[in-house]
Design a protein. Structure first.
Length: 192
């Protein structure tokens, strides 16, 4: 198994080779290939993508899916870093992306840009939901039906995790603050 050092430190399997950002994996054969390793954290700290510049092909793993979205869970995930890495991938202007979930993507730059736009729209919905609750703030479970009211209730347990990641980013941005003294978990309050 080959993996980024972040992944190697988290799994209980021996890693034969630790991959680093910028490293090149050269493959011999009828068609020689050179895959550049791109460390793309955000979904997970040790996530990597592989890029073959000659064919403009990206192996994107869990960065995107051809259908649906990817969970950015609190703890391992980081919404800010994820968005930065999506922009990095969009900048490559690849012709083909191979996700871990779904079919190959023929227009990956457009998909990366849609993912970024979707996340930023959701972030604005989260910020507006926090602001709507005023100075008393709101618990995550009070924000969920407002910020994710457009998704099926059956997906709310996953949406709750995404909501927490958006709140962490908004807190880092200084757009919300968490009052951790409240019972039942932090209350999120819009910053001035």
């Amino acid at each position: 198994m080959w993996a980024h050092a972040e992944t190697a430190s988290r799994i209980g399997t021996a890693v034969a080779r630790r991959l680093a950002d910028g490293e090149v994996i050269a493959l011999a054969g009828p068609v020689a290939q050179r895959w550049s390793v791109l460390h793309t954290p955000g979904h997970a700290p040790g996530h990597i993508c592989l890029y073959d510049e000659q064919s403009a092909t990206l192996v994107v793993g869990d960065m995107v899916a051809s259908v649906g979205t990817i969970l950015i869970a609190p703890g391992d995930g980081d919404m800010r870093v994820y968005l930065e890495q999506l922009a990095r991938l969009a900048g490559l202007e690849a012709r083909l992306a191979l996700p871990a979930h779904g079919e190959p993507v023929d227009a990956p730059t457009a998909l990366f840009q849609r993912y970024i736009a979707h996340r930023l729209r959701r972030e604005e919905k989260v910020r507006a939901a926090v602001a709507r609750h005023g100075p008393s703030g709101a618990l995550v479970d009070e924000l969920l039906p407002v910020a994710y009211g457009d998704v099926p209730v059956a997906t709310w347990p996953i949406a709750r995790l995404s909501l927490q990641s958006h709140l962490a980013k908004l807190e880092e941005d200084g757009r919300v603050r968490a009052d951790v003294r409240s019972a039942g978990g932090p209350r999120y309050i819009a910053s001035a």
